[in-house]
Design a protein. Sequence first.
Length: 259
Amino acid sequence: MADEKGYGDEPGGPEGGLHGDAPRRGLARTIAKVGYATRRQAEEMVRSGRVTVDGRRELDPGATVTPESLIAIDDHQLIDVIRTYLALHKPEDIAVAPIMGRRIRLVAELLPRDTPGLRAAGRLDAGTSGLLLISNDSAWNADAAGSDELEKEYLIKVAGPVTDALIDVIGAGVTAPKLGLLKPELVALESREDKASTIRIALRGGKVRQLRSLCTVLRLDLQAVHRVRVGPVLLGGLKPGRYRHLSRDEVEGIRRGSA
């Protein structure tokens, strides 16, 4: 469910709309550019017979279309999709994609059904909770998921009491196998108890696997991972299972790679 309405680009977004400036373009590429699906998903739509061009079923994903072509998916005419950018509070035990041999709820069940092409910008595994960015803008998703400049901030829970000396070690940087030096932009002890401690940590690039590797090297028993920030976008008080629309500044901050 949504918490508020926010920023979205004009229909078609920065990629140029249904046909943009290109007079001719491949069918699957056109469907993907509009925002209805990824390129691979669009190719499968075409091959499975769900797409018509000028009233005739087209099975070739590479078939050339023009700005005058009338394209329909499942008998619904293809139109430009208004770009939508969301922040979702992903609960634990909800997956971004199906998991083989396991029945589990999917992130898609939490998103608006009337907005085509919404996809997660990267992944949080089923056991990780917190901020997940969502949009139907594939280029923006790639910026949000793949930028090495964006800071991603987490609260991690580890077993037992963590010492101040260990926090200093983490802050100085830890070398992990295959990942090299992991040096946080921020590290702070949020809470310390006999049974568990919570550490706030921010890394540029900030993949969950980096946190897991860091804990493995330091022999910390990692119990929970909760993401609270991606670049300029904060989870804030958003409740689990709810989403909100991003502001213009948040959307553009992700594009610029702002920390």
